[in-house]
Design a protein around this ligand. Structure first.
Ligand SMILES: Cc1cc2nc3c(=O)[nH]c(=O)nc-3n(C[C@H](O)[C@H](O)[C@H](O)COP(=O)(O)OP(=O)(O)OC[C@H]3O[C@@H](n4cnc5c(N)ncnc54)[C@H](O)[C@@H]3O)c2cc1C
Length: 283
């Protein structure tokens, strides 16, 4: 028997780009979304698939130039166990802990959640609120895309068919804070009815760079810009929290569907935001 060839990660990445350029092919990472499609329960069955499991360049969690960098194949279990994530991005660790149960967390990846682009994808509001950047690559080279521009419409992404998600890069420092809450039918194994990420920079003169990002309330993960404007330059006092919650309830236009009603989503979103502001304000 010939010995296994040594794993040459750049070569595997290069070959993967070649496969994608040669014709339509669906990458498969953890397979937790794709396997549902293969059974025909959701979406079209892919004709060709590209296994990402040998591309080690898509793995790893590191600090680089003031950013926390996660490879696209990073699983939720790896995020939960990562000392770097726990120290620098605890909101992502919290989100990872709410996704599916142990089996899904062991296989499901951050890159898969992003490429799947479900409006209920739990990590996506965190990406928006953290001003994360997604590094993608293909035969034509690599490019960074802001998470805020990555989800243009329902289940569509800015990724070209011949590109892979390589990394997610989270800027750190500068007094950045981030909080996360998910509301589902139960604590585990539930698709979210509402998910919120709140980001800001603290300062004596008030909050700046405020981000209010939500999932499961629109066709894509969204920023609540009017609510952000209410919070910008303020401190999280009870009066500010009342005004922000009211603005959010007016700003959101969710739909009724099998998981929840529009009214419930609007009311709960406002309540959660109020609670997050109360916790941040310490009152
Ligand atoms: C029982 C169950 C419970 C779940 N619970 C939750 C939950 O609570 N919250 C939640 O958000 N999701 C949940 N999911 C959905 C799923 O687990 C996540 O979206 C997961 O992150 C998908 O990652 P994956 O690696 O398994 O993706 P895959 O199934 O391998 O791929 C998903 C999509 O991403 C593409 N893709 C994957 N990696 C790349 C890459 N590097 N570059 C380009 N495209 C890529 C694939 O082609 C495919 O279109 C659940 C799924 C199941 C089956």
């Amino acid at each position: 028997m010939p010995a296994e060839p040594p794993i040459d990660t750049p070569r595997h990445l290069f070959e993967a780009y070649g496969h994608l350029a040669a014709g339509p092919s669906r990458p498969i990472a953890g397979g937790t979304d794709i396997m549902v499609a293969i059974t025909g329960e959701l979406g079209a069955i892919p004709e060709r698939m590209l296994d990402l499991s040998r591309i080690d360049e898509l793995r790893g969690i590191s600090l680089e130039a003031g950013r926390l960098v996660l490879g696209a194949r990073t699983t939720y279990t790896e995020i939960r166990r990562s000392a770097l994530c726990r120290e620098h991005l605890p909101a992502l660790v919290e989100a990872a802990a709410t996704i599916g149960a142990a089996q899904i967390q062991n296989r499901g990846t951050l890159g898969g959640n992003i490429a799947n682009a479900s409006p209920a994808g739990d990590t996506l509001p965190i990406l928006l609120a953290a001003d994360a950047v997604i590094l993608v690559g293909g035969q034509r080279g690599e490019r960074e895309i802001s998470a805020n521009e990555f989800f243009p419409e329902y289940r569509k992404t800015a990724l070209a068919p011949d590109e892979l998600i390589l990394q997610v890069r989270f800027p750190l420092g500068g007094g950045r804070e981030l909080r996360f809450r998910k509301v589902g039918t139960r604590r585990a194994q539930s698709i979210s009815k509402v998910v919120i990420a709140l980001g800001w920079r603290g300062g004596a003169s008030g909050w700046s760079d405020v981000r209010v990002a939500l999932g499961s309330v629109a066709a894509t993960p969204v920023r609540a810009r009017a609510t952000e404007a209410v919070l910008e330059g303020t401190h999280p006092t009870p009066e500010v929290a009342d005004r922000a919650a009211e603005t959010l309830a007016g700003e959101l236009k969710p739909i009724d569907d099998v998981r929840s009603t529009a009214d419930y989503r609007r009311m709960v979103s406002a309540r959660i935001l109020h609670r997050l502001l109360r916790d941040a304000g310490g009152w």
